[in-house]
Design a protein around this ligand. Structure first.
Ligand SMILES: NC(=O)c1ccc[n+]([C@@H]2O[C@H](COP(=O)([O-])OP(=O)(O)OC[C@H]3O[C@@H](n4cnc5c(N)ncnc54)[C@H](O)[C@@H]3O)[C@@H](O)[C@H]2O)c1
Ligand SMILES: [Zn+2]
Length: 358
């Protein structure tokens, strides 16, 4: 089992990454001196697979099952969690456990942030994306009609338990989408992780659990390092937005229906490589290395039929913009450069290029 310390304003917490560590949850929570009761929140898909067993091991009531998927990541489900806790007599000492993907961990964390003005919680991520990204860094929240993650809080968990064995039930498409985030993270802080990608796209298998632990733990280490420098995203943390400006625009331009988030990030990484090349901040060799890793994720949903103008319009409303326009993160030979200003004409050219050549 790998143990990674993550520093945070509210105190350090641990991310544990291992194989078949879910059965040890009670012991791991006790070790982290984690409150009382351990009510478990999960979703309707993960509940029968992992959530119910986790709750049983913890000696807790059956878990609260939220509807699965992004559309559920809304205020009514957070209110539901809070009222469920109240019905169970939960007080300030209650300790919430979220078992599921990023939707469950974001909502569980947000409910923990506001229930009785804040209780502690643990994340048990069961998607690759949640393991390498959503459960590290302390961001929690929900979506509004106006956009994603517009309401939320910085409320880090007290413990993260990532059991790679849970990836055995994750659909391959979801797993590959998570790999796009792992590629992004590897590029920012640990290129050696890229070597694990060609094998990883074949799917999870118990025989290769060690490689999955290495990939997850390596990605968590990079994210933990970036977040330590800049928990509230004033500067360095923006590096994690590599590939995300175009990704968010592609997702929005297709009504969040065509791409899984990670698939849009894969396209976003390709766009970022092209922009970095034309800006002269990335060598051909390094660009090829990043593109080769992304190519492992094919087949990706297509972009050729999208209207570039519509995608561009969605770029302009991305909330990560600041006063002077969109601040782009571009890959370099060493890592990334932040706050690059890019003109709409350059973006249109790159979008056109992506649509023609992939
Ligand atoms: N807080 C952060 O810093 C942060 C960072 C990145 C992403 N996020 C958020 O994470 C969310 C996306 O997370 P996600 O990709 O995990 O989506 P998700 O939670 O919707 O999970 C994807 C699907 O897989 C199912 N699933 C989960 N684990 C499974 C398993 N082990 N076996 C079978 N099915 C399983 C889920 O029920 C769901 O249908 C977004 O809402 C995004 O905003 C947050
Ligand atoms: Zn992302």
């Amino acid at each position: 089992m790998e143990r990674i310390e993550v520093a945070s304003e509210r105190g350090a917490y641990r991310v544990l990454v291992g194989e078949q560590i879910l059965p040890e949850l009670p012991h791991l929570l006790e070790e982290a001196r984690a409150g009382r009761g351990w009510p478990v929140v999960t979703d309707a898909t993960v509940g029968p697979l992992w959530g119910a067993t986790a709750a049983a091991r913890l000696g807790s009531d059956p878990p609260l099952e939220l509807p699965a998927g992004e559309p559920a990541k809304r205020w009514p489900q957070v209110e539901r969690i809070c009222r469920w806790l109240l019905r169970r007599g939960a007080g300030r000492g209650a300790f919430l456990v979220g078992v599921g993907g990023g939707v469950v961990t974001d909502m569980t964390g947000f409910a923990a942030a506001i229930f009785l003005r804040g209780i502690s919680w643990a994340a048990v991520p069961t998607t690759l994306l949640a393991m390498v990204d959503a459960s590290v860094g302390g961001k929690t929240g929900i979506n509004l009609d106006e956009g994603k993650n517009l309401i939320g809080a910085f409320w880090p968990p007290s413990l993260v338990v990532a059991d790679v064995d849970t990836l055995s039930t994750l659909p391959l498409r979801e797993l590959r989408a998570g790999l796009a985030e792992a590629i992004k993270t590897a590029w920012i802080g640990d290129r050696s992780l890229l070597e694990l990608i060609p094998d990883a796209v074949r799917g999870y298998s118990k025989g290769r659990a060690e490689r999955w632990i290495a990939l997850v733990a390596g990605s968590v280490r990079v994210k933990a390092r970036v977040v330590r420098e800049d928990e509230r995203e004033a500067g360095a943390r923006q590096a994690l937005n590599l590939g995300h400006t175009v990704a968010h625009a592609l997702e929005a331009a297709t009504g969040y229906e065509r791409f899984l988030h990670g698939e849009a990030v894969a396209w976003g990484l390709r766009a970022a490589v092209r922009l970095a090349r034309s800006r002269g901040v990335l060598s051909a060799g390094a660009g090829r290395r990043l593109l080769d890793a992304v190519a492992c994720l094919e087949p990706l949903p297509p972009v050729h039929d999208l209207d570039a103008g519509t995608v561009l319009a969605h770029l302009a409303v991305d909330k990560k913009r600041d006063a002077g326009g969109i601040a782009w993160v571009l890959p370099t030979d060493e890592g990334v450069v932040l706050r690059q200003r890019i003109e709409p004409a350059e973006i249109l050219e790159v979008l056109g290029d992506l649509q023609r050549h992939g």
